[in-house]
Design a protein around this ligand. Structure first.
Ligand SMILES: Nc1ncnc2c1ncn2[C@@H]1O[C@H](COP(=O)(O)OP(=O)(O)OP(=O)(O)O)[C@@H](O)[C@H]1O
Length: 252
């Protein structure tokens, strides 16, 4: 397994992670680390087990063997500050944009001044100030997804898990939202694990790409994307990374 020089402390350690559903072996002895503040993409062919990996991290499923550790202890969503963004926008339609973003902060019983500070910062960063009093149903799907992403970052999560968050968006909107996520990540310093089967998207956002094989998934390669953000999809180096990963996924 390739190791990269990175002095940031370990956030997630995946050790011997194996997951079976009955006789079906899905994850086969995965071993890798994610550093604090890192932006990692996990890519792989359809059905290889990307979502299953996230589900083991959040304990929707328990590993069959091995385990995942956050800050050195077994992952526990009750203890660790984890947020999620899924493919389907999941705003709360009866609440305004600002109340959606404040929702988790109120549940956590943060002081009102801190809630206001975080909500305003997210509204600014996501360009949502103008629609703060609007209900999500009045927004486009992409604007609604921005609200969800903003809500997740507002929690200032230690770990933000994104499972194909832009699966339904067209290409132009996708690049726009990817830029927004990069901006939030840089501003707030969260650790992000981003699942996608879109290789171009992975090369566009990730500091490091973990390439999974076809099911049962093992790690085919870890690849550091050594390009500054914002990235240019027409840059020859970008195209080289994209083609390299595509080849890896095509020829398992
Ligand atoms: N709860 C479950 N019970 C049985 N099999 C499951 C369960 N969850 C997932 N699987 C199987 O595990 C395999 C991996 O599924 P998973 O959804 O993790 O893949 P994926 O890489 O996220 O797929 P996609 O790219 O389509 O999102 C599939 O064969 C799926 O049918």
């Amino acid at each position: 397994m390739a190791e990269f020089e990175d002095n940031r402390p370990l956030k997630v350690e995946v050790k011997g992670l194996t997951k079976r559903f009955g006789d079906l072996l899905v994850l086969d002895d995965l071993n890798f680390n994610i550093r604090k503040g890192e932006f990692v993409c996990v890519v792989g062919p359809t059905g290889c087990g990307k979502t299953t990996f996230l589900n083991c991290l959040t304990r929707i499923h328990m590993p069959s063997e091995g385990d995942l550790y956050i800050d050195g202890v077994p992952a526990d969503p009750r203890k660790h500050n984890i947020s999620f963004v899924f493919q389907e926008p999941s705003s709360l339609p009866w609440m305004t944009v600002e109340d959606n973003i404040a929702y988790g902060l109120k549940i956590k019983k943060l002081p009102q001044a801190e809630i206001d500070r975080r909500v305003n910062r997210i509204l600014d960063l996501m360009g949502l100030q103008e629609v703060r009093k609007v209900y999500p149903g009045e927004l486009s799907v992409s604007a609604e997804q921005r609200v969800i992403i903003g809500r997740s970052f507002a929690m200032e999560p230690d770990l933000l898990l994104m499972d194909e968050p832009y699966g339904q968006m067209d290409v132009k909107v996708r690049f726009y939202l990817e830029d927004e996520v990069i901006r939030l990540w840089r501003e707030l310093g969260s650790t992000v694990v981003f699942i996608t089967h879109n290789i171009e998207e992975a090369v566009y956002v990730a500091e490091r790409v973990i390439i999974l094989s076809n099911k049962p998934a093992h790690i085919k390669e870890e690849l550091k994307i050594d390009l500054p953000h914002p990235r240019n999809i027409a840059d020859p180096k970008f195209i080289e990374y994209r083609n390299y990963i595509t080849d890896k996924i095509k020829w398992w």
